[in-house]
Design a protein around this ligand. Structure first.
Ligand code: APR
Length: 248
């Protein structure tokens, strides 16, 4: 893997690095990206038609079952070398911030110490009435579970299209983008706001942009380093070259 020496040296010397990941970093764990076609029963639906408050209002069982299907896939998935490489980076860079749009919890599973989850986490649920967040719940055999406190319908603790992002996480993400030397955009198509603005915001504040993605995106022309390929191959090679460390 031919890596730009300037990037390897910049990473080795970096004191503050911020990373934004998208579904592409979990693709090599066997999880479909958002723009991948859906399979089986769900092939007839588009995520945009299911991941919305209106869809849940209209047909809570359909939306709940789609997330139950995705949660099962997430729970079977294992972190891949891209996740481990980012966890290794966090150990070697003084000020390292990992922001993710993913809801699969695989960064935490790979040992990343602190993860800013912009779009929530599919392994948690939240009451659609009183907003209580739960990591476990009583699952009726074939119905949408209800809140133990107020009996409201439970929903996935994720951000749906048209919903606002968690304020604290969003502020932390922009703060980390504002104060970094290198901003990595990894495995994301860079089309969903406000996450897609973070890289430009970082660049406006002096950061150099590193994009690692399987295909070009709107960010590619603005990136200082654009590495096209698989995150599970490029990231371990980059971390190894910069820190001469083996990635588990
Ligand atoms: N390595 C690197 N990049 C990859 C890999 C891989 N192995 N596999 C796929 N990719 C790239 C694809 O080329 C694509 O550009 O990852 C990107 C994934 O883009 P999307 O599917 O749009 O996922 P993402 O950018 O995370 O979507 C952002 O949109 O649907 C909403 O809330 C949802 O968090 C999601 C947000």
């Amino acid at each position: 893997m031919e890596l730009p020496l300037e990037l390897v040296n910049a990473l080795r010397l970096a004191q503050r690095v911020t990373v934004l990941t998208g579904a592409g970093v979990s693709q090599e764990s066997g999880l479909r990206t958002f723009r991948d076609a859906q399979d089986g029963l769900w092939a007839q639906y588009r995520p945009e038609d299911l991941a919305t408050p209106q869809a849940f209002q209209r047909n809570p069982k359909l939306v709940w079952d789609w997330y139950a299907w995705r949660r099962e896939k997430v729970c079977q998935a294992k972190p891949n070398p891209a996740h481990y490489a980012l966890a290794a980076m966090a150990k070697r860079i003084p000020k390292f911030t990992l922001i993710t749009q993913n809801v699969d919890g695989l960064h935490q599973a790979a040992g990343s110490p602190r993860v800013i989850e912009l779009h929530g986490n599919i392994r948690r649920v939240r009451c659609s009435v009183c907003a209580q967040v739960l990591s476990q719940w009583d699952q009726p055999p074939d119905d949408v579970p209800r809140c133990p406190s107020c009996n409201g319908l439970l929903r996935p603790d994720v951000v749906w299209f048209g919903e606002t992002l968690p304020q604290a996480e969003l502020e932390a993400a922009f703060e980390a983008a504002q104060h970094c030397e290198l901003f990595f955009s990894i495995g994301t198509s860079g089309v969903v706001q406000p996450a897609a603005s973070l890289a430009y915001f970082a660049q406006q504040h002096g950061a150099r942009i590193v994009e690692i993605n399987a295909e070009p995106t709107p960010l590619t022309p603005f990136a200082d380093f654009a590495l096209q390929g698989k995150a599970g191959e490029i990231l371990p090679a980059l971390v190894k070259s910069a820190f001469l460390a083996q990635i588990t």
